[in-house]
Design a protein around this ligand. Structure first.
Ligand code: ADE
Ligand code: ZN
Length: 349
């Protein structure tokens, strides 16, 4: 049944949207909706290989991570000017606010843009202006996580860091961390050991994708070799019981993205997703949208679809929201304030 017309589902939707939450696993280039891709292409005089917005949307059928990445990088090629990065980021923040997001940590892939001749400054400036406007006008806080593309070399990642560092002071309220994304299999964490060591020494917060398509050993190596504080995805950790114990006792967050895992065939059916099992074992799991324009849902859709497929109770949904606040890179004082607003929302629910 269409969730929008079922009374039970619509109250679930209200409940989820009213929970103050953090989104911790979101690729800003993955929020480019087909209509925005078309309007930016038109604004920039770029010809697209699709006849219409619908034809582009129809192409969103993926059988693995790589089949998605090919379209995702092609979609990002319409981003040229500071205004393009602003419009993309602001559209996401407005949508996120509707879903009850109080704080968002946005991954962005500068190499996707600098490799096409776009200046690093253009990427930072457009995203930062939207994030600062959202903080001032909408009360949403946000951070930027510069993510290295793991299918490229570590030297390329080092050069990207070199190009971004002169901007650090100007964007120090926003650019607080780094990530690692793109094709996981065959690009293990150790490939980026030196650039991560450098980022750690520079005081950046560290996260990395691991255990999405890659094995549980990549999660372990992301922790041991890269020194990350949280793991993006990590759903394959379950294949290693000792690793599971470590995630549990260390309260190491996993930023899980259920609709992404479904669309990229990491799971065949949402009912087979291990989110509920991980949560019920006490792991610090969070729910996020990854690339919502491509995977059929923003963060609240991920909460709702998971609740319906896995029979998550309202207490469990609230626990996921609480975990997202705890697992964020916010200072403790802001975490406490957000947790108090979650308590207030629950008391009023
Ligand atoms: N880049 C954007 N989305 C991604 C994902 N789900 N995994 C790896 N890299 C990505
Ligand atoms: Zn991701």
């Amino acid at each position: 049944m269409d969730a929008a017309v079922s009374p039970a589902a619509s109250s679930l939707s209200d409940f989820v949207r009213r929970l103050p939450k953090a989104e911790l696993h979101l690729h800003i280039e993955g929020t480019l909706e087909p209509d925005l891709i078309f309007s930016l292409a038109q604004r920039n005089g770029i010809a697209l290989p699709y006849a219409s917005v619908d034809a582009l949307r129809q192409a969103y059928q993926f059988n693995d991570l790589q089949s998605f990445l090919d379209l995702y990088y092609a979609g990002a090629s319409v981003l040229i000017t500071e205004a393009d990065f602003y419009d993309m980021t602001m559209a996401y923040l407005q949508r996120a606010q509707y879903d009850g997001v109080a704080h968002a940590e946005l991954m962005f892939d500068p190499q996707t843009h600098t490799g096409r001749g776009i200046a690093m400054e253009t990427v930072f400036a457009g995203m930062a202006r939207a994030l600062r406007d959202a903080r001032r006008l909408m009360g949403i806080s946000g951070y930027m996580l510069l993510s290295f593309l793991r299918h490229l070399t570590e030297d390329d990642a080092q050069a990207t860091l070199d190009a971004a560092l002169p901007l650090r002071e100007q964007y120090k309220d926003l650019w607080i961390g780094i990530g690692l994304d793109s094709a996981e299999r065959g690009n293990p964490p150790e490939k980026f050991a030196r650039v991560y060591a450098r980022c750690k020494a520079l005081g950046f917060r560290l996260t990395a994708h691991a255990g999405e398509e890659g094995p549980a050993s990549y999660v372990r190596d992301a922790l041991d070799i890269l020194g990350v504080e949280r793991i993006d995805h990590g759903v394959r950790s379950e294949e290693d019981p000792a690793l599971m114990q470590r995630l549990l006792t260390g309260r190491i967050p996993l930023t899980v993205c259920p609709l992404s895992n479904l669309k990229l065939c990491v799971v065949q059916d949402l009912q087979q997703h291990n989110l509920a099992r991980l949560l019920r074992q006490g792991l610090m799991v969070t729910v996020n949208s990854d690339d919502p324009a491509y995977f059929g849902g923003y963060i609240a859709d991920n909460y709702i679809a998971s609740a319906q497929a896995l029979d998550l109770s309202r207490e469990e949904l609230a626990a996921l929201a609480r975990n997202s606040i705890e697992a964020s890179f916010l200072p403790d004082e802001q975490k406490r304030a957000l947790a108090a607003s979650l308590d207030a929302a629950l008391a009023a629910a």
